[in-house]
Design a protein around this ligand. Structure first.
Ligand SMILES: [Zn+2]
Ligand SMILES: [Zn+2]
Length: 384
């Protein structure tokens, strides 16, 4: 099989100043996409979501090798399999893409902790494919892959371990959300915190991941569920979705403790700021669990009174990928969405053309958008 010419949103420099509508850090660029190797899939991207983890690369909080084609939350259709006898995937299959290709062979994968896969973490950090190297090439040489996916493009080559098969009847702009926001947010509550029905839970931050955590907390029987965010429209949405209360962080602990009749059993931190994690730690009751899923700038340090870990018996849990096993969890979450118990479509702010991607990142940075979906233009793709 030959490769193809595709168009992808490529980041050429870190920390270009906002507003991005003017500075345009992402350039829609024609690239050559290699054919998939054995163990890989060529997919047509149907819909891709903008996530804070993309923004963290653009603004320099999480430096990655450049140039890099961004995007890591998507629904796609399999066009070709690198192995013609692939036992699982066939052309035409609809898939959700997951942003950590778990190799299935390292000690963490063998222990059931694929979200901590050493090989997937190494290739993601290097901006390469799990099986090594880059399949994307521009005029100046190789273009790096974002988290093994690079979904802001009309097509992509992904590892088969990045793909989870789903039913084809799910609208693509909904299906994409399951790849990052839902898997991470719901997983933080169900897998990482292991929320039990009747436990009280407070969620810091109402972006895509935080609102997905809120949906997971409500579906999982959290009682009550309380949200914290500075944006009034997001607090109003949390109340519509079933939160018992929604507060501005400036109000502090007092109104929440009053509402709950004490401190919460579980606190979920999705903001990615060390000072918010400190507040989340203080918010939890003695013996409570604090799950952190946000990704702070690596320079940030987190400080708590050391004695309180023992004295208050609290547990801090880091949650990467929502401690998920994507091929197990995504079908479960989709089943609950079908049953009306995880209304993830409420996270969807807009569906736009890929051409608007820079201004859409301004809207994500300002907090006015939750999940924005972009649709690629497939007409631009040409087989070589
Ligand atoms: Zn994400
Ligand atoms: Zn592994």
């Amino acid at each position: 099989m030959a490769g193809m010419k595709i168009t992808a949103a490529v980041l050429g420099a870190l920390a270009v100043p906002a507003p991005y509508a003017a500075s345009r850090p992402l350039a829609l660029t024609e690239l050559t996409l290699d054919p998939p190797r054995v163990g890989e899939l060529l997919v047509r991207i149907e819909a891709a979501g903008l996530c804070h983890s993309d923004l963290s690369v653009i603004n320099g909080d999480r430096a990655r090798p450049l140039p890099m084609a961004l995007g890591h939350e998507a629904a796609a259709t399999v066009v070709a399999t690198g192995d013609p006898d692939d036992s699982l995937f066939r052309p035409g299959d609809r898939v959700v893409l997951s942003f950590l290709p778990a190799c299935g062979e390292c000690v963490r994968c063998l222990g059931g902790e694929g979200y901590l896969c050493a090989n997937g973490a190494a290739s993601n950090g290097a901006g390469t494919m799990l099986r090594g190297g880059c399949r994307l090439h521009g005029d100046q040489g190789d273009v790096h892959h974002h988290l093994g996916i690079s979904a802001f493009a009309d097509h992509a080559v992904v590892d088969r371990r990045s793909a989870v098969k789903i039913d084809a009847d799910i609208p693509v702009e909904i299906a994409a959300l399951f790849g990052c926001a839902v898997m991470t947010g719901v997983g933080a509550v169900w897998n990482s915190a292991a929320l039990r029905p009747g436990e009280s839970i407070v969620i810091y931050g109402l972006g895509g991941v935080g609102l997905a955590a809120l949906l997971g907390a409500i579906a999982g029987g959290g009682q009550p569920v309380v949200a914290i965010d500075p944006v009034p429209a997001k607090r109003a949405l949390a109340l519509e979705l079933g939160a018992a209360g929604a507060f501005d962080p400036a109000e502090g602990e007092a109104p929440i403790v009053a509402l709950l009749g004490g401190k919460p059993d579980v606190v979920i931190e999705t903001v990615g700021k060390a000072r918010v994690l400190e507040a989340a730690y203080a918010m939890a009751r003695r013996g409570g669990r604090i799950v952190t899923v946000g990704l702070p700038n690596p320079a940030e340090q987190f400080s708590i009174p050391a004695v309180s870990i023992v004295g208050d018996g609290k547990t801090i849990i880091g949650s990467y990928l929502g401690s998920a096993i994507p091929a197990r969890d995504i079908p479960r979450y989709i089943g609950l969405w079908r049953a009306g118990r995880l209304p993830v479509e409420r996270l969807l702010t807009s569906v736009s053309s890929m051409a608007d991607i820079n201004i859409l990142f301004d809207r994500l940075a300002s907090g006015e958008a939750i999940r924005q979906i972009v649709l690629p233009d497939h007409a631009a793709a040409v087989p070589l």
